[in-house]
Structures are given as C-alpha cells and as structure tokens.
Write a protein that binds this ligand. Structure first.
Ligand code: ZN
Length: 331
C-alpha cells in the first residue's frame, strides 16, 4: 500500500491535466474489469458487477487531480508570476519547489516584505527557474506545475504532496482488488478537477445515474492546534456529517456508523467548516441521491508535505469494503 501511495503521489497531475495520473491508475486496475472508460472530462470510470435484486448502482468517487500553479506572467528579469489551480495557501509557498509538466523546475520566493515575519499574498510570490531574463525563461503563460516533493515514511505515518486525494485513489484501488460477491453494480470513478469545483464528478454522476453515492477524500486533521473541529490522526476514517458544501444524508451516516461498529472498525464523525468534496455535486445530480463521504484524516492539507496515518488508510479500506459487500438498507 505504501508503495502504491508513493507511486501515485510522485506523479505530477494538476486539475485539468490528469492524463499522467490516469495512466498510472489505469495500469493498476486494467486487469480488474472489462468495463473501463474515460469520459470527455477525463474521468476514469471502472464498472464492476451487475445490479442484482438485492443491490443498487453505487458511485464511489476519489479525485485524482491535485492543486497546482499556472504561469500568468514572466518578468523582464526572468522571474515567473503565477496563479493557482485549486486552493494554494500562501504560508506554504516560500522555499517550496515546483516542477512543471514540461520538466522545468523552480523555487518559490516572495517580493521583499516590509515585515520579515508577515505572510504575503500569493500574487506577491514568484517562481525562480534560473532564467536571467524573459528571453531565456523556459516557461510561458499557461504552463502548469505542481509541488516538487517526494514521499517519505515517518514511522507508521507518511508524508507527501497530493495525499489529497491520491490516498483515496489508493484506497479505491485496494478495495477494487479485494471486493468479491457484492450485490451491487459498482462504478468507481477516479474524478478530475475536484480542486476546481468538482467538475469531473458532476458529469460522471450525470452519466452514471447512481442510486447512491460515496465520496472518498481527506479531511484536515487539526488535532495539533486544538481548534473546534475534532478529527484526529490515527483514530480511523471520519464519516462526514457536514461540510461547507453538503449535508450528508442522515440515513447514510447511520448506515456507515452501524457498519463500522458491526465490523469493529474505529471511526470518527466529521463536521467541517472549510472545504467540500465531490459528494456535494453527486448529491444533487439529476433528481438527486442519498450521498455520504468517508474522509481520511490528514494534517497540513494543501501543503507540499501532507501527513497521514497508515492505520487510518487501512481502516478506510476495511470500512468501504464492508459497506459495498452487503445489501444497503437506509432507514
Ligand atoms: Zn481532496
């Protein structure tokens, strides 16, 4: 599992440019189903099983895009100004490295601040690619890049860029490998452009028309700073009750909790004040559907060095497998 997460997080594929990660994932899952397709927005959709009279059509989505940078302007002195693909947090920029899809690497720094201890806004930052002028700058407007940071193990925890949401892609691959005899028709969607308002999941849900939907994503674990959101690393997957974009169907929350209890899987409940997931758009696709989400606790989300606990990853695999292996009764 760690090797798979390493492989997925070390692939560069920001929102809208998912072809590299899609091919890495496709190589992992190509033997698992004969029904694999890529739609117009680049979603990789893998269907397994047939709907039985005890079963439903269930869509499970994990987004394969990651946050990134996009060149907006090249200064005369060769320094590169940039905009964001998804939410880039200024406090993580100075000293970060980025790699562009054309292979160019650069380091990020900021304009001279009045106050050395102040975090400046994103537009006051630039990328230095080693160019002496705009003439010899190897980047042009519209080139895209991602954080350049390798995967490392920290005891039973791991750190990498883009654990949001490649860890859920790894969970989904693992579940696809182990699931047997599900009564459901399962549509696993590796979705695109989640970081820019869940565009891929929007069209995929419209096409698939599921009876029920589950999103897999990370959620910020703020267990280090003692703020009001209470999701801790190492205490199991969080069953989403609410985030900024969605109220989970309470019947889904109950079903997930009961399944976790029945299988002795540690879990937490999530009420999130910042951000949302693909579940937001699946819930209101066409005539709508019961929707919920499992969130893997993650520290420093959207930084180049996100951190999560492998026990939570394993427990998420176990819980999702248990949810998909039995008939669903929502009460
Ligand atoms: Zn995410």
């Amino acid at each position: 599992m760690k090797n798979l997460i390493k492989k997925l997080t070390e692939t560069s594929s920001p929102s809208g440019y998912e072809s590299a990660i899609r091919e890495v994932i496709r190589a992992e899952i190509s033997s698992l189903s004969t029904n694999i397709k890529v739609d117009a927005l680049g979603n990789l959709i893998v269907t397994m099983g047939k709907k039985t009279d005890k079963g439903l059509r269930i869509m499970i989505a994990a987004h394969m895009d990651e946050i990134g940078v996009i060149v907006s302007h090249v200064e005369k002195n060769g320094l590169v100004r940039f905009s964001n693909l998804g939410t880039i947090l200024p406090q993580y920029l100075v000293g970060s490295r980025v790699v562009f899809l054309n292979g160019v690497r650069g380091v990020i720094n900021q304009d001279r601040p009045d106050d050395l201890h102040k975090i400046m806004t994103q537009d006051k930052h630039f990328i230095d690619v080693g160019a002496a002028s705009d003439k010899d700058c190897p980047l042009k407007i519209g080139d895209v890049g991602v954080f350049d940071r390798g995967f490392v193990e920290l005891g039973k925890r791991v750190s990498a860029k883009s654990l949001d949401d490649r860890v859920s892609c790894a969970v989904m691959i693992e579940v696809m490998k182990t699931i047997k005899n599900s009564p459901h028709e399962l549509a696993f969607v590796f979705s695109t452009q989640e970081e820019v308002q869940s565009k891929g999941a929007t069209t995929a849900a419209y096409e698939i028309e599921p009876d029920l939907a589950i999103a897999l994503d990370v959620t910020p674990s703020l267990d280090i700073v003692g703020v009001k959101m209470q999701v801790d690393l190492g205490k199991g997957p969080a069953i989403k009750v609410r985030d900024v974009g969605m109220l989970s169907d309470p019947r889904m929350v109950r079903w997930m909790e009961e399944t976790a209890k029945k299988n002795n899987i540690a879990y937490q409940l999530e009420v999130l004040d910042i951000g949302t997931t693909d579940a937001k758009v699946m819930q209101i696709s066409k005539a709508g559907m019961p929707t919920g989400a499992l969130s893997i606790p993650c520290r420093y989300v959207h930084s180049p060095s996100e951190v999560l606990d492998m026990d939570d990853v394993q427990a998420t695999v176990t819980l999702l497998t248990a949810l998909l292996n039995s008939p669903v009764s929502l009460e």
